[in-house]
Design a protein around this ligand. Structure first.
Ligand code: ASP
Ligand code: MG
Length: 324
């Protein structure tokens, strides 16, 4: 299929960027503007707002251990509906578009329900729709296994759909829109004084994601690293600069502090996060009432284990020690 000299852009929108009529219109306007500027667009959408949590809640009210296959059949509805509604919004704005489920978009996964991995993507259908001049709106987070049954990629998995689609389509650009305009030295919603990074290295981002940062699904970082996809992290609310995830040879020694509530850890990430940095982080907490029960040093970072109810103050103190 010949797309002419047009740029092919993958744009992913997270659930909060699509919640409610006003935000849905805003996201659709970003897509429409980009298409009007002469680009081919594949939009990847998450379930709107808290849909996934609500569907999970409904399943739990029926059964404490619903079959994984049926959970996937249910959860995938969130993204399927979101894609249809985004396409309706675009159609209402006069745009030619089509929504596709993961299966329709050619996304083949293994059969691990709830944590499926993408095995391959047959891009024929998407390329045909783009060739017909349509904006494609693909449901994120889902695919189909060999037998055709719907699968889901794990919480936050729409990011992975976007990166894998960008790689399979050799897209010129991959943009991920959320409610935060990029990667910060700490979650700006939790820590005052957190600073936005212009660029972040794949390896640093992978460690941030694996140690509690919710900005990107860790498998999407892994895929971007493997396929060398540059990912632009942007906000659908501000249209500001954002952060580019890419190879970043002269990256800063330390790039951020994260917390992981499920582990009770605060982690400092960066190639210079060595034993010295770990000792300084422990010292930063010494004059507070926060007790460090255990520490861990790993390649490119270190973690402090603290009592779960002291995570937020610990995060702030450690961040202040290294980033102010
Ligand atoms: N809707 C799914 C979730 O909440 C997938 C996603 O948003 O990426 O985890
Ligand atoms: Mg997410």
């Amino acid at each position: 299929f010949y797309l002419g000299d047009k740029m092919l852009i993958v744009q992913k929108f997270g659930g909060s960027s699509l919640a409610g009529a006003e935000r849905l219109r805003r996201a659709a306007a970003i897509i429409a503007d980009c298409a009007d500027a002469g680009n081919k667009i594949v939009a990847v959408v998450s379930a709107r707002g808290d849909t996934t949590d609500e569907l999970l809640g409904q399943a739990r009210r029926i059964s404490a251990d619903a079959p994984a296959r049926e959970l996937d059949a249910l959860l995938s509805c969130g993204e399927t509906g979101s894609a249809a509604m985004t396409a309706m919004q675009l159609a209402d704005m006069g745009k030619s578009c089509v929504s596709l489920t993961g299966a329709q978009a050619g996304i083949l996964t293994d059969g691990v329900h709830g944590a499926a991995r993408i095995l391959s993507i047959d891009t024929a259908r998407i390329l045909r729709e783009l060739g017909d001049g349509k904006i494609v709106v693909a449901a994120g987070f889902q695919g189909a296994e060999e037998g055709g049954d719907p699968t889901t990629l794990g919480r936050g998995g729409s990011d992975t759909t976007a990166v894998e689609l960008a790689a399979a389509l050799s897209a010129d650009r991959c943009e991920i829109y959320s409610d935060v305009d990029g990667i910060y030295t700490a979650d700006p919603r939790l820590v005052t004084g957190a600073v936005r990074l212009d660029r972040i290295d794949y390896g640093d981002m992978l460690r941030l994601a694996l140690h509690g940062s919710q900005v990107l699904h860790s498998r999407s970082v892994e895929a971007a690293m493997r396929e060398r996809v540059r990912v632009h992290l942007l906000s659908s609310f501000t249209r500001k600069e954002g952060t580019v995830m890419c190879d970043h040879p002269d990256r800063p020694g330390l790039c951020g502090v994260t917390r992981d509530p499920s582990l009770g850890t605060v982690s400092v990430i960066g190639r210079e996060a060595n034993a010295q940095v770990l000792a300084e982080a422990v010292a930063a907490l010494a004059h507070s009432d926060i007790i460090v029960t255990h520490t861990e040093l790993f390649d490119g970072g270190c973690s402090l284990f603290v009592s779960p109810d002291r995570l937020l103050p610990a995060l702030e103190l450690v961040h202040r020690r290294f980033f102010r």
